[in-house]
Write a protein of this length. Sequence first.
Length: 231
Amino acid sequence: MNQRVLDYFDTSFSERVAEGWTHVTHPEDLPRTLQTWQQALETGSPYENELRLRRAADESYRWHLTRALPMRDRRGEIVKWFGSNTDIEDRKIAEEAQRFLVDAGATLRQLARLPHHAGGARQDGCAADRGLGARGRRRGRKAAHLAVAHVDERKIELALELGRRYPRIPTPLMARRSSCAPVRCELMTEISEERLSELAVDDLHLELVRELGFQSYMGVPLAAARAHVWE
């Protein structure tokens, strides 16, 4: 156990040996972790597991890839285990985002083709935006379009351009919203020119939303594992 591990958990070598890993393992991952480790002990096979471990600096649980190999003596008996923990939090976030993109993209393409009515106007396009919680804001992350679908292909690129130019606005219309996505549904049955002018943050923003041709708007928060997604 090196000093980096001790600093990560803010503990001493003797404390870590005495306490083990159970109290720093996420409760949801603990049963599976204990079962996998016990199987490795019984069979002498290499141990590998993905689990969340609590970092002492901010008390957050981060995903780790844990591996351990047995060291044997000349008789083939296991005398000790050598292990490593690798922080894979960023990889897990990327994998989760990719899975969501695939699912959201397929769903939005279907929704955009539906002759659905919101306040009497046909639904021409949909977008899924990532909202941020306190953790995301501390890391300096921005709200962003995750997926966009529209019956007019040209307006898909326009919506993406709007998201690139105004990354801290979760939806094209919600100009005065914070970077954290709301947790309630919203419906605008009619969007007047006056309302567009009130919501736009500047002239360019107003020009872009005008070109997209908003006539009505419905927003529904979708709960994802790590954030709210505003559709």
